[in-house]
Design a protein around this ligand. Structure first.
Ligand SMILES: Nc1ncnc2c1ncn2[C@@H]1O[C@H](COP(=O)(O)OP(=O)(O)OP(=O)(O)O)[C@@H](O)[C@H]1O
Ligand SMILES: [Mg+2]
Length: 316
């Protein structure tokens, strides 16, 4: 028999989800290896939550095959649910129950027997810095505390696989860092994590990422490797008149996007040689002075290169 640890945590082949005529997820193939932190990126409405809900067995795919921890979804969804944790995008706990009562409830739902449940809850309250808040109503917690409570609830039964849907939206940078430390602790003890995010710094921390755009998989790989593929396509432009220079360079053939970061412009171009010459010619034509040099591509460049701008996507 094949070693179970070699089996991917998630295997999806050609999965789609249609809502009426609308295709929210379009023939997606995914392979998520075990004990890895796998990032899920994509613009608003690209199908991240819908995909996660299908993988969890909460929503049935319109077509395609899903295997989670070696089990078939949706056929074996009951068995799958006992071995996975899911933290939805919206706060989903009882606001009028205390922190401890929420965890008690979730522990009972997962079938933890009373004594074991109590010990596990005490452990989670400590791990997620909620011990001093145990008696506080969940509805009165701060944003960061709510996220930690949701995470504690999602892992109460020590799942092998954890789905987190934008777990750190509305959380300050330091709390986000702490949250990610907890995720790596979980990965370290063998938990596979699939996490959706809009934050590039979080995406960079993942072992592997997938980028969705309008329901389709448009990139899949290690963050650094995906960025390396854009080598030669990113240029930095320094000038005293960045707004004017930006407006001029936008007209150059082959420019995909220009973003101002501080005083520097980051220019992302199509894959073809000679673009720097065209950029320089344009500056000369318009009489603007600027310094152009190649810069290292980053994950945000990858994101911009593979996804459609929202406005354009809405028009189509
Ligand atoms: N139950 C539903 N009925 C009809 N359309 C739906 C339903 N659920 C989702 N959609 C549509 O499917 C598309 C994908 O939605 P989804 O929530 O998966 O996107 P997302 O990538 O999670 O976006 P965000 O980053 O904003 O959370 C959207 O256009 C959404 O309106
Ligand atoms: Mg979503």
């Amino acid at each position: 028999m094949a070693d179970a640890t070699m089996q991917p945590a998630i295997l999806a082949r050609g999965i789609s989800k249609r809502f009426g005529d609308f295709v929210a997820v379009d023939r997606l193939d995914l392979r998520v290896p075990r004990t890895r932190v796998y990032g899920f990126l994509g613009p608003n409405g690209s199908g991240k939550s819908t995909t996660i809900r299908m993988l969890c067995g909460l929503l049935t795919q319109s077509e395609g095959e899903i295997e989670v921890l070696g089990l078939n979804v949706p056929r074996d969804s009951e068995a799958v649910r006992r071995r996975i944790g899911y933290m939805p995008q919206r706060f989903s706990l009882y606001e009028d129950l205390t922190v401890r009562e929420n965890l008690e409830f979730l522990g009972a739902v997962q079938g933890l027997e009373r004594k074991r449940r109590r010990a596990r809850i005490d452990e989670l309250l400590r791990t997620y810095y909620l011990a001093a808040r145990a008696g506080q109503l969940a509805g009165s917690l701060s944003g960061g505390q709510k996220q930690r409570l949701m995470l504690a609830g999602a892992v109460i039964h020590a799942p092998e696989l954890l789905f987190l849907d934008e777990p750190t939206s509305a959380v300050d940078p330091e709390s986000r860092r702490d949250f990610w430390e907890k995720l790596f602790d979980l990965a370290d003890i063998g938990t596979t994590i699939l996490v959706s995010t809009h934050y590039m710094d979080e995406a960079e921390r993942c072992h592997r990422i997938a980028i969705l755009d309008r329901g389709r998989l448009v990139a899949d790989g290690e963050p650094a490797a995906l960025a390396r593929r854009l080598k030669g396509r990113t240029w930095g432009v320094e000038s005293l008149q960045p707004r004017k220079v930006q407006a001029a360079l936008r007209e150059v053939d082959g420019v995909i996007s220009i973003a101002q970061v501080g005083t520097e412009l980051r220019v992302l171009c199509e894959e073809d040689g000679g673009i720097d010459e065209r950029l320089r010619n344009k500056l000369q034509e318009t009489g603007l002075r600027a310094d152009i040099r190649p810069i290292e591509p980053n994950l945000e460049d990858v994101f911009v290169a593979v996804t459609q701008p929202q406005a354009q996507a809405a028009r189509e």
